[in-house]
Write a protein that binds this ligand. Structure first.
Ligand SMILES: Cc1cc2nc3c(=O)[nH]c(=O)nc-3n(C[C@H](O)[C@H](O)[C@H](O)COP(=O)(O)O)c2cc1C
Length: 176
């Protein structure tokens, strides 16, 4: 798949085939791609915690508050993205320029991760709705959790949806 094909095929998977195990080598390929993500001052201010088995179930439950994200319970793997401290240069840049580079860095790593998962034929959903304290406890983290990503094979009856996006004219402006 070229990049446009990956971008077209990646969608938030909200129906997993719980009976299909995700191969360890596919998880490794996804983590290796995530490792290549760019970040402010190359600081890589994040940690990825790969949850399977009982911890996947527990993290999934922590994303399901108020009836949200029910599909997460069927994902065999959940990857928790937590925040790590800035490197000194990125901290200084962020303060001087009043810009939150860490959130951007975490967003980019999530994009790399989900893109490679698509290339590997797997479904993902990026989750921003979760109980931070609960996920931290399960993963033994003392840093804020920023995103949780569900990973697994999409159910056979989960079709590729048409993307709903702003029109390019509403998204882009040009200046000469
Ligand atoms: C930062 C972030 C947080 C999100 N949180 C959730 C979530 O908690 N639950 C959910 O079902 N989808 C969540 N999504 C998925 C978005 O709803 C989805 O990406 C968007 O509607 C576009 O659809 P697509 O991913 O299928 O192209 C999140 C996406 C992002 C980038």
């Amino acid at each position: 798949m070229n990049f446009t094909e990956i971008a077209t095929n990646r969608q938030s998977c909200r129906k997993y085939d719980a009976s299909k195990v995700v191969e360890a080598e596919k998880v490794q390929a996804i983590l290796q791609a995530a490792r290549l993500a760019p970040s402010a001052c190359n600081g890589q201010p994040y940690r990825l915690t790969v949850c399977t088995g009982e911890s996947a179930k527990a993290v999934a439950k922590a994303t399901m508050g108020m009836g949200m994200n029910r599909f997460a319970k069927d994902a065999p793997v959940l990857i928790v993205l937590s925040e790590e401290p800035y490197v000194k240069t990125a901290a200084a840049g962020s303060k001087l320029k009043k810009n939150d580079y860490r959130s951007m860095d975490i967003g980019i790593v999530a994009a790399y991760l989900t893109a490679e998962a698509t290339a590997q034929g797997l479904g993902t959903c990026i989750l921003g709705w979760f109980d931070d304290a609960a996920v931290r406890k399960i993963c033994d983290l003392d840093a804020p959790v920023r995103l949780v990503i569900t990973l697994g094979y999409a159910a056979a009856d989960d079709p590729l949806r048409e993307k709903k996006r702003k029109r390019l004219e509403d998204l882009v402006q040009y200046r000469e």
